[in-house]
Ligand binder design. Structure first.
Ligand SMILES: [Fe+2]
Ligand SMILES: [Fe+2]
Length: 465
């Protein structure tokens, strides 16, 4: 019996005897490093949201949305661990080191996709992974097990993000000019990170003079949503999909197709949320964490539309994937007003008659199995978003959500009025795009699509969330 017991792996399988006897470092050092990692993960999430709208490349927007949420998840895991290490929770609301803060402040001043990808995937994220490697290689794996567990989970996802980032950076660095720009920006940021002693702060702080800081100038972020050169009609306001999916006189297959286009177009929602987050500093961390989950969900809903259209052989980049929702909100509303409007939209999707349950039934009744699966999960996500909205606006409205709806209606009216005097930019109209698109997707001719009346803009009818 004794010999059988000896064959069972020791230490609950955590590590080898050699690693178990490693002296490692103490609680204070563990907390010091983890606090820095949490801070960097938070700043990476904010770096992505600050630049999401102005970044034109569709695939970069998708990855920024996912990575912002993953970084927020990682920051949350670390923020949970740090107070277990005799550090007051309030310490997490401040930068752990002025030098580290300066380095990340420089990174937010990245200009254009090449610099942004260089900052995130060429400098900061690789340094974060390397600092985590050092931590795991040095700490005692049993004494500091909760930290090690969190860091191993975090490292796995950080590496996945890095893999995407290195491939994306390789794609945008095809030209010599871009390579030179990327190299110069990486050198600039590494100088600042070096002055902070690296992300772990374990290296000797650099004593050399730093290059001129960009952050000496006020940050000028652009929240106007952009699309890359494949897209046309980004201010197209005909948006017949909103009318078609709700038109019960139309064939169910056409209505399902309209739903898929609505999903694709949802990239506009992460763009609205990114602006809200970037322009509402100083909120409790759980607000940003929740909203970043919603941001990624909405980008994912757009991705579901993309996948479903690709499954039908459609070149979805030729459709008018417009930015009018986030454009109007950013132009005419404060960040809080935008949040209230988003809240009202999410709540409106919960109704049994015309909400997400109904959308799911349209997908199911059309016989499109992929769309049915997608709208089943889309519905579940939206229930979460409705709860997130209530959680974060409850205090503002003293629990009276009818007041929130009244304010949202007033905001929708105000936007419509302002648009009378300050109309949106006009694109060359994509004439008859719905008929051509539907014919290709369904393999048969459809009726001419009705045009929605843009003057009757309401957050409910002209937005998907
Ligand atoms: Fe949503
Ligand atoms: Fe959505």
């Amino acid at each position: 019996m004794k010999s059988a017991a000896k064959k069972i792996p020791a230490y609950a399988g955590v590590c080898s005897a050699r690693d178990a006897q490693r002296t490692g470092f103490g609680v204070e050092e563990a907390a010091r490093r983890l606090r820095r990692f949490a801070y960097v993960a938070q700043r990476l999430a904010f770096l992505a949201t600050a630049h999401l709208n102005a970044t034109p490349e569709w695939e970069v927007k998708q990855a920024l949305s996912l990575h912002a949420w993953l970084d927020a998840e990682h920051a949350t895991m670390l923020r949970k661990r740090v107070p277990e290490l005799r550090v007051p929770e309030a310490a997490l609301n401040h930068a752990p080191d002025d030098f580290l803060e300066r380095a990340l402040e420089e990174a937010v001043h990245s200009e254009g996709t090449v610099e942004l990808l260089t900052a995130i995937y060429g400098v900061i994220r690789p340094e974060l992974v390397s600092a985590i490697d050092h931590y795991l290689g040095e700490t005692n794996p049993i004494a500091d097990h909760p930290s090690c567990r969190a860091l191993k989970l975090i490292r796995a996802e950080q590496r996945e993000m890095l893999e995407w980032g290195e491939a994306a950076l390789g794609a945008v660095l095809a030209e010599g000019v871009a390579r030179a720009r990327s190299g110069a920006w990486a050198e600039h940021l590494r100088a600042y990170l070096g002055a902070a002693g690296g992300i772990g702060g374990a290296l000797l702080k650099g004593g050399t003079a730093l290059p001129q800081p960009r952050s000496a100038q006020p940050l000028q972020l652009d929240f106007k949503p952009r699309r890359d050169q494949r897209f046309h009609g980004i201010f197209d306001q005909s948006i017949p999909a909103d009318v078609i999916y709700a038109d019960e006189s139309r064939p169910i297959e056409e209505r399902n197709l309209a739903l898929l286009f609505k999903r694709l177009r949802e990239m506009d929602v992460p763009e609205a949320i990114a602006g809200i987050l970037a322009q509402m500093p100083g909120k409790p961390w759980n607000f940003y964490h929740d909203m970043l989950r919603q941001l990624w969900d909405e980008a994912r809903h757009s991705l579901l539309g993309e996948v479903a259209l690709e499954a039908r052989g459609i070149d979805w980049t030729r459709l008018p994937v417009n930015v009018t929702f986030s454009y109007k909100l950013a132009k005419f509303c404060t960040p809080l007003e935008r949040h209230i409007l988003l809240f009202a939209i999410e709540q409106s999707l919960m109704g049994a008659q015309r909400g997400k349950r109904w959308e799911h039934s349209i997908a199911r009744d059309s016989g499109d199995k992929l769309s049915t699966t997608f709208h089943d999960f889309d519905w579940a996500d939206e229930v979460l978003h409705a709860a997130i909205g209530k959680r974060h606006l409850k205090q503002l409205f003293n629990g009276d959500f009818n007041e929130a709806f009244r304010q949202a209606d007033a905001l929708a009216r105000r936007i419509a009025e302002r648009l009378e005097h300050e109309p949106m930019p006009q694109d060359a109209p994509l004439a008859d795009w719905w008929e051509r698109f539907a014919e290709q997707a369904l393999g048969r001719k459809v009726e001419r699509a009705p045009e929605s009346d843009v003057k009757q803009w309401s957050p409910v009818t002209q937005a998907s969330a």
